[in-house]
Design a protein around this ligand. Structure first.
Ligand SMILES: [Zn+2]
Length: 254
């Protein structure tokens, strides 16, 4: 099993200026899973020599455009040029239609999928070779979620976009790898996202084998991110990496 970080940037300025990319994360293993395919995901995938036709499962953890931007085009890949009914989409409620605000995946693209899963925190979706448990996330008033993926004998947690909440360490207990969307190095007056201070608290309690900080905003990148990651590592005793665009992590590292 291998993880490829297609995009590691977060925040609205970064999204438009693409200082860091916004393509999400691909997990290649018993199933190929693409998480939060933001704008540029398709191009970044092709630059890495990856084949969108081989994606089995796409996960969209909420409908902000930096998480859903390339979902439609990549569903056309997953469904073999939109000629077959193929692939699984796991998405937040508002991404799948209805009146709730947020970007939608088009009816045409939804019709090309074999399976569509409306992710609700507390529920689990099982697939051949693994399962994914949906976790709570607090992100403005968007119906966002995080998840724990169990596949290939490993437990991988992904927070999605969320602010810190009390039960968070319980939700991610037992994870071998924890991927955390860390927008800022330190807390400020704006909520809705995790800071590196929150990440330190979470990592310290969960004690995964490896923690990766990603979806970083400009303040985090300018700190710089590597320095903030090594501070969190010193605080928690857990190996912590600040992700870089194109970074690959093999399962031997967690
Ligand atoms: Zn968001």
């Amino acid at each position: 099993m291998k993880l490829t970080f297609l995009g590691t940037g977060g925040g609205r300025i970064n999204l438009i200026k693409q200082i860091r990319a916004t393509g999400g994360i691909c997990i290649s293993g018993p199933k190929n899973i693409h998480i939060d395919p933001g704008p540029g995901a398709l191009v970044r995938m092709r630059n890495k020599g990856m084949d969108p036709l081989k994606t089995d499962i796409m996960v969209v953890t909420h409908s902000h455009i930096d998480h859903i931007g390339d979902a439609g085009v990549l569903i056309e890949g997953m469904s073999h040029y939109a000629l077959k009914k193929k692939g699984t989409l796991i998405a937040s409620e508002d991404a799948l239609g209805g009146e709730i605000k947020g970007q939608k995946i088009s009816g045409f693209h939804l019709s090309r999928l074999e399976t569509v899963v409306r992710a609700k925190p507390g529920e689990t979706f099982e697939f051949e070779g693994g399962k994914i448990s949906f976790k709570k996330a607090v992100h403005d008033d968007f119906p966002a979620f995080g998840f724990v993926l169990e596949m290939g004998g490993k437990k991988i947690g992904y927070t999605g976009d969320t602010e810190y909440f009390e039960e968070m360490p319980e939700e991610y207990a037992g994870c071998d790898l924890l991927i955390i969307n860390v927008m800022k190095p330190f807390a400020d007056e704006y909520k809705g996202h995790l800071t590196a201070e929150d990440a330190s608290k979470l990592i310290g309690r969960v004690q995964p084998k490896l923690a990766i900080l990603t979806h970083m905003g400009l303040k985090m990148l300018r700190y710089p991110a590597e320095k903030r990651a090594s501070e969190v590592e010193a605080e928690t005793g857990v190996r912590v990496i600040a992700a870089e665009d194109g970074m690959e992590i093999g399962e031997s590292e967690f």
